[in-house]
Design a binder for this molecule. Structure first.
Ligand SMILES: [Zn+2]
Length: 150
């Protein structure tokens, strides 16, 4: 069984429009890149002014998002482009609360093992203005509120 021990954060580099973008990303990955499924395990986007977490590839199947790291990592995508401006705090907190902290608990992933794609590749992804350290802090806050195992 595949056990991921890190989470890798991406941005889509596309504008986060008012409408749902996730199926367009899925279409791009499956029909243009010809992957078996969307490359990310989950993501977050704004739809009609509300933030929504979207699920992608099943957690028991490695993703397709970071060259050399797919067999050990879960891939999470912030829809949008964060090269020019940082993602809003509420977007980071929602991702931390709904998906990233639960993944840390489910797989025993350490907060320090949440990385931006740019840690592994010469790219700006998840954006030059994206603060991964801040995201880790929000995950830590969520985990502090989580019940401990006996
Ligand atoms: Zn990326």
């Amino acid at each position: 069984m595949w056990i991921p021990d890190q989470i890798i954060i991406h941005h889509s580099m596309t504008r986060d429009s008012e409408t749902v973008s996730w199926p367009a990303i899925e279409h791009y990955h499956t029909h243009i890149r010809h992957w078996k499924d969307i490359g990310y395990h989950a993501g977050i986007e704004e739809v009609g002014g509300r933030l929504v977490c979207m699920y992608g590839r099943p957690l028991w199947i490695p993703g397709a998002h970071t060259r050399g790291q797919n067999s050990s990592s879960l891939g999470f995508c912030f829809v949008g482009c964060f090269d020019e401006f940082a993602p809003a705090e509420r977007r980071l907190r929602m991702a931390a609360r709904r998906v990233l902290a639960p993944w840390c608990i489910q797989f025993g992933i350490r907060i320090e093992d949440i990385y931006g794609h740019n840690f592994y590749a010469d790219k700006s992804c998840p954006g030059r203005m994206f603060d991964v350290k801040l995201l880790r802090e929000y995950v830590k806050e969520e985990l502090r509120a989580a019940p401990r195992r006996p």
